[in-house]
Design a protein around this ligand. Sequence first.
Ligand code: UD1
Ligand code: MG
Length: 450
Amino acid sequence: MAHRPLACVILAAGKGTRMKSDLPKVLHRVAGRPMVGHVLAAVKTLDPDHVVVVVGPGMESVAAAVAPYPTAIQHEQRGTADAVRAAFGLLEGFTGDVVVLYGDTPLVTPDTLHAMVAARRRSDDPAVVVLGMRPDDPGAYGRLILNADGGLEKIVEYLDASGEERAVGLCNAGLMAFDGARMFDLIGSVGNDNAKSEFYLTDVVQIARRGGMACAVVEAAPAEVVGVNSRAELSEVERLIQRRLRKAAMDNGATLTDPDSTIFSVDTKLGRDVIVGAHVVFAGGVTVGDNVEIKSFCHLEQTRIETGATVGPYARLRPGAEIGPDAHIGNFVEIKNAVIEAGAKVNHLTYIGDARVGAKANIGAGTITCNYDGFGKHRTDIGAGAFIGSNSSLVAPVTIGDGAIVGAGSVITTAVEADALVVARGAQKAYAGWAKRFRERKQSEKAKKA
Ligand code: UD1
Ligand code: MG
């Protein structure tokens, strides 16, 4: 079959007033990615020939976020049909299929988009395919009115609907697929004689029917088409996507001890037989190998953890942390921009930043890499098999050779040779009987005063 071209138009010009935010609505994040990024990710699975994102004036930040896809500006918010018209300039002469999506409806799945395109290409050749849903509470959604043959007859906006129409449970989710050859005329004929004096995209159905064209409905689960207009709805969408991500993680062979408290980003990658304790947060960019255990209360971001490592409880892995195979990262440990090589142990109360910890090195409790001098960052390099005694400060830039031992409580400021013992702390002095004599003197002074 000849390739039929496909275009996608994403509407994102709405101001999002109810978000009460300086950030354009579609840039608010769910599972670590801006909403419009989720829509684009779903759209990409259709392999479209064109994608246009419609934004409002001054939304350069949205344009930057969706680049390299082009944006069209809708200068005034005059309704959803007007918003699609704003994209016409970039689609001139296009006669393939056109899918219209909303930037604030981020949970739509590739399967649903494929079903809409397939329905558009059916033999009855509908001019418009509308995505429908049956929410528990149809609220103020537009209602889909079917005809006797089960085809779509019209969409009525809630404000314009009669009592009988409001009783219909089948609602407009908002997304539509058009035959591009007919779309420009259909949307061009939409007027604004309605309760809001807006150009409703939904009017195209009635216009198409009057012209004798077929229109069809594809239904989606309501959870997939939840739109975000407020922070409460944003949190609801976050909840739904987390549920999806948790299920996917478990389906792929990870154990989540308390799934409801595991927070994922869309790009989290977990290997097989990973065990995740309660209250673990995967911020963006985390990759975890097989057989890794991440114990409770860890926060991980832009981090790679290799096979067999254990992390936590209460560890913070910041951008650039690379935890090698079978390494141990324990409680109250913070690691940033540092490679912890195979089998190394950093088990307690430690900060490792801008560093390398060689294979099988052991970092004692309370070790700090002093990487920052108030102006710049400096590196610490710890050799394989080195042993850093507890409560040591390694003042970077500094190198600890392979197999060296650093005595507890040391402040290391210059390079330590391989296999050396270095102790850099005040020498211990002892004064026999001093404490006892001190106490006796104090007690007799006290007795004299009384
Ligand atoms: C729309 C539908 C309604 C449907 C509901 C589903 C219309 C007329 N109504 O209503 O039937 O049940 O979605 O959520 O389409 N936008 C622009 N420019 C505009 C207006 C809107 O870009 O001038 C964008 C918004 O940013 C948003 C989307 O279009 O992403 C939908 O707009 P919104 O105002 O939320 O439409 P609803 O009133 O919710
Ligand atoms: Mg809406």
